[in-house]
Design a protein around this ligand. Structure first.
Ligand SMILES: [Zn+2]
Ligand SMILES: [Zn+2]
Length: 280
């Protein structure tokens, strides 16, 4: 799998020049199966715009595109109306939210309301793609490959603490594991369920929006500190940690400084940069 970060910013996109190294687009991650070039997407922050444009420019065709959602805060859905493949007639797009069950009454409503005419000029039902809204109560599911001879993808979700709730994703294929865990507030102690969920991952993508000092002021806002992200990585014995969901007040200089400190404690870690690719 090749994991590519199209959006690494939390809360709101930012375009000031001193933010360009880590990037200003909000959360969006692409997972590409190297063997088939097929992609799946996690979250639709503003980064999904570039992702969609790159996908169309590549000329790669795939019958179904899955977009899995951790939750539906603005910074995880606001790029959706600008996702170019959604304007391709009859392109099948599966909007996936696992584990939510009855906690959400309608997945379609989230996207329909976001694009209702008071907010956006083009409505969901006139975009062109053929959407399937998969609001599943299951927390684990095996996705069989579209092409013969390739391996299935095993997806598991884990609910964690965040205002309104959010889910981490654990994606396993051919013995490789990537865990995406964003918009999480551990509280006083590291959430052991999250550690178990991330156990042994080849790549853990864990958010950290704050320093430990900032976190004291931001209790209840739903996020983690750098220290907590590293703690999870250490406890879960992951091979590589990528920290994402950077605070819009943290510029490149600040984040580079943080990264150096993080690496001094946990060598195999980095702060995610927009367009960065990691192969596992
Ligand atoms: Zn967020
Ligand atoms: Zn959130």
């Amino acid at each position: 799998m090749i994991i590519k970060f199209y959006g690494t910013r939390g809360s709101i996109p930012i375009c000031n020049p001193e933010y360009q190294e880590f990037g200003g687009n909000t959360t969006c991650v692409q997972i590409k199966i190297k063997q088939t070039n097929n992609i799946a997407i996690l979250d639709a922050g503003t980064g999904i715009r570039d992702l969609g444009n790159d996908f169309l420019a590549s000329g790669h065709k795939q019958n179904e595109i899955f977009i899995g959602f951790t939750h539906f805060h603005w910074d995880h859905i606001q790029g959706f109306p600008f996702f170019a493949p959604a304007f391709v007639k009859d392109q099948k797009i599966n909007i996936l939210a696992m584990g939510w069950g009855r906690r959400l009454s309608s997945l379609e409503d989230i996207f329909r309301v976001q694009m209702q005419k008071e907010y956006f000029p083009v409505q969901l039902n006139s975009m062109g793609a053929n959407f399937e809204f998969m609001l599943l109560k299951e927390t684990t599911k095996v996705f069989e490959p579209a092409a013969e001879g390739t391996r299935p993808v095993n997806v598991t979700v884990n609910k964690h603490k965040h205002p309104g709730g959010a889910y981490g994703y654990r994606i396993e294929r051919a013995g490789k594991v990537v865990v995406f865990c964003t918009d999480i507030e551990h509280g006083e102690q590291i959430d052991q369920k999250v550690v178990d969920f991330a156990r042994g991952a080849d790549l853990l993508i864990h958010e950290a929006q704050y320093t430990s000092e900032e976190l004291v002021e931001k209790r209840g806002w739903g996020h983690s500190s750098y220290e907590q992200a590293i703690q999870v990585a250490e406890m879960a014995q992951v091979k590589l940690l990528a920290i994402t969901h950077h605070d819009p007040d943290h510029d490149d200089e600040f984040l580079k400084n943080v990264e150096t400190k993080c690496q001094a404690r946990f060598k195999d870690c980095m702060l995610a940069r927009e367009m960065m690719e990691i192969e596992i």
